[in-house]
Design a protein around this ligand. Structure first.
Ligand code: SIN
Ligand code: MN
Length: 279
């Protein structure tokens, strides 16, 4: 097990700036993935507001803010290489803005329509600039049948698209975590962008890591397979970009904006992802 792998930050930063997303040549090892999964599964069985279900069912869609109450999730957000990655991609000191796991259960996990995360963070939370980064950790093998994230490269440079004229009635956080998202990019806009710039599926084996920009246009389809697709997402925001007066629940918008302090944890080993390194 290796824990001190070098990450080619300059190369990743160039890809991230250009495309709005990048695979990271590092992945969590099998033991780490198993441990995180166990904790996620146990949180899914709890009845608490952080646990959100698919519409009209008792199938868990997502869990939120787990770094505030679960020791493994708390250790994960402080993982030295994740923190270093977030700092390298944003160029600044960061804190944890949001933590979630989207479960996409086998056969039942519902789609996420085309959207930009920054629409929610800007319009609902008052985040001043899109100076944050999403770090996605695959907790299952992600393939084209189990609802991988799809991104439109370069779309993070277009600003916010298709914003509604009025935000009236758009303030209920439950709608921000459902399949009927409040701020979407229309299929018409997304199709036109994808025609021009293409569309990439973000796939990889369990443990793999990707980064994507708050303004990139992205979506994911229904899980039509027998395989769960759990994706863990940590959003690091730059310390000087904290929303001054957020009102959504703390499990969606962290109030502690102190820089995250990196701390090594033996349980969360990483190894080189040779395929990404070679790519
Ligand atoms: C998904 O889990 O497929 C959607 C993730 C996101 O919208 O950030
Ligand atoms: Mn999103």
């Amino acid at each position: 097990m290796t824990t001190t792998l070098d990450i080619p930050f300059a190369r990743l930063r160039a890809a991230y700036d250009e495309d709005g997303w990048c695979p990271v040549p590092l992945r969590f090892d099998k033991a780490a993935v198993e441990l995180i999964r166990e904790h996620v599964d146990s949180i899914c069985r709890e009845r608490r507001p952080e646990v959100v279900y698919e519409k009209g069912s008792d199938v868990v869609r997502a869990i939120h803010g787990c770094h505030a109450f679960d020791d493994v999730c708390a250790a994960l957000v402080r993982h030295p290489q994740l923190v270093a990655l977030a700092e390298a991609l944003t160029g600044k000191s960061v804190y944890v803005y949001q933590f979630k796991v989207n479960l996409k259960q086998a056969h039942e996990g519902a789609a996420w329509p085309w959207h930009q995360d920054y629409a929610f963070w800007s319009e609902q939370d008052g985040m001043p600039r899109p100076d944050a980064v999403n770090i996605a950790v695959s907790l299952d093998d992600i393939h084209k049948e189990n609802g991988p994230l799809a991104v439109i490269p370069g779309s993070h440079r277009l600003g916010l698209l298709d914003l509604p004229e009025s935000a009236d009635g758009k303030g209920d956080w439950r709608q921000h975590v459902s399949a009927d998202l409040t701020y979407t990019v229309t299929a018409h806009t997304a199709d036109a962008l994808a025609q021009k710039s293409g569309k990439e599926r973000v796939m990889g084996r369990a443990g793999s890591i990707h980064a994507f920009h708050p303004s990139i246009v992205h979506s994911s389809s229904n899980n039509i397979s027998a395989d769960r697709r759990a994706l863990l997402l940590i959003t690091y925001n730059t310390v000087d970009n904290a929303p001054p007066n957020p009102t959504r629940p703390e499990f969606l918008v962290a109030r502690d904006t102190a820089p995250v302090s990196a701390r090594h944890d033996d349980r969360l080993g990483v190894e080189a992802d040779e395929q990404v390194l070679a790519g």
